[in-house]
Design a protein around this ligand. Structure first.
Ligand SMILES: Nc1ncnc2c1ncn2[C@@H]1O[C@H](COP(=O)(O)OP(=O)(O)O)[C@@H](O)[C@H]1O
Length: 287
């Protein structure tokens, strides 16, 4: 069973991931901050030769920004698991286990789940993945607090933190427009975004991502994607994200990325920023 190990450090005690995750990470040396980010050395991005392991990336960004969309695409491209703590919370909710009542109250108010619960869920997910031979990860929605970031930093070495950004007006519309097919699990968005540029800021437009006809009748909306709850989540995100961004920036690991539009415009630009543009071409040539 996954364990949360309490590590006592001077006066403060930290939660830490299970022992198997510790052992996975034990041999990994910590990259030192450098002006030229260590993750962007051409050619070796999937398997970091220096560390002999797959990428360990984190996606930060407001609710609705598209962390799940881009993290999932990169996970398929790089062959590493995409682990979204929001999905872990929703799975726990759906399981009607002992935590589900408590979690549903927290999530439906747009509040954050406790660090202890979220670390436990993530720890179990990583252990299960490791036993299946998974290596590397793209984390989406974790860490959300400084405490989570410290715990993560204690047990493993994060190579890169991608901070996705969109104007606030767009985020509410995008969250409210989100839909998931309850049969195939794919995500869609019915929002038409057309934000005019002003005060030197570029406009932004995004076409809806509509489901195919066979998903159309099976679409569900997340219970926490109502306007009121989305606004609460955005407020909480804005209150908690600054220290996290500063923390990773000071380590030379933060890559800021302003999304220029929807997936067709943003995906190639993101690959370029990650120096993965020719990687995608090579992968499709091999396939
Ligand atoms: N790292 C985390 N720490 C605390 N709570 C979390 C974390 N990740 C997810 N949650 C909980 O799960 C909910 C859904 O998460 P997520 O799908 O990431 O939503 P969002 O679109 O708000 O980023 C959050 O509102 C929060 O209650």
């Amino acid at each position: 069973m996954a364990s949360i190990v309490r590590v006592t450090r001077s006066s403060s005690s930290l939660f830490a991931f299970g022992t198997r995750f510790y052992s996975t990470s034990a041999g990994i040396s910590h990259a030192s901050p450098s002006p030229s980010p260590p993750f962007l050395h051409g050619g070796g991005i999937r398997r970091d030769v220096a560390k002999d392991r797959n990428v360990q990336w984190v996606f930060l960004g407001c609710p609705g920004v598209g962390k799940g969309t881009y993290a999932s695409r990169l996970s398929s491209l790089l062959g590493v698991p995409h682990i979204a703590t929001g999905d872990l919370v929703r799975e726990e909710l759906a399981s009607s286990g002992p935590l589900s009542q408590q979690l549903s109250e927290i999530v439906n108010q747009g509040k954050l789940v406790s660090d202890e619960i979220i670390v436990d869920l993530l720890s179990k997910r990583l252990e299960a993945g490791e036993s299946k031979g998974e290596s590397g990860f793209i984390l989406d929605g974790f860490p959300r607090t400084m405490r989570q970031a410290e715990i993560l930093g204690d047990v493993t070495d994060i190579d890169l933190v991608v901070n996705l950004k969109l104007p606030e007006e767009v985020l509410v519309e995008k969250c409210i427009g989100r839909r998931t097919c309850n049969q195939c699990g794919k995500g869609f968005n019915i929002a038409h975004i057309n934000l005019k540029g002003e005060n030197g800021k570029p406009g932004i437009s995004m076409d809806p991502l509509l489901p195919p006809p066979n998903c159309m009748t099976k679409l569900i909306t997340r219970a926490d994607d109502t306007e009121e709850v989305v606004k609460a989540r955005l407020r909480i995100y804005n209150e908690t994200s600054q220290p996290l961004e500063d923390y990773y920036r000071s380590k030379g690991k933060l890559m800021e990325f302003d999304l220029p539009g929807g997936i067709p415009e943003s995906w190639p630009r993101l690959l370029e920023a990650l120096r993965l543009d020719d990687y995608e071409e090579k992968q499709s040539a091999v396939a």
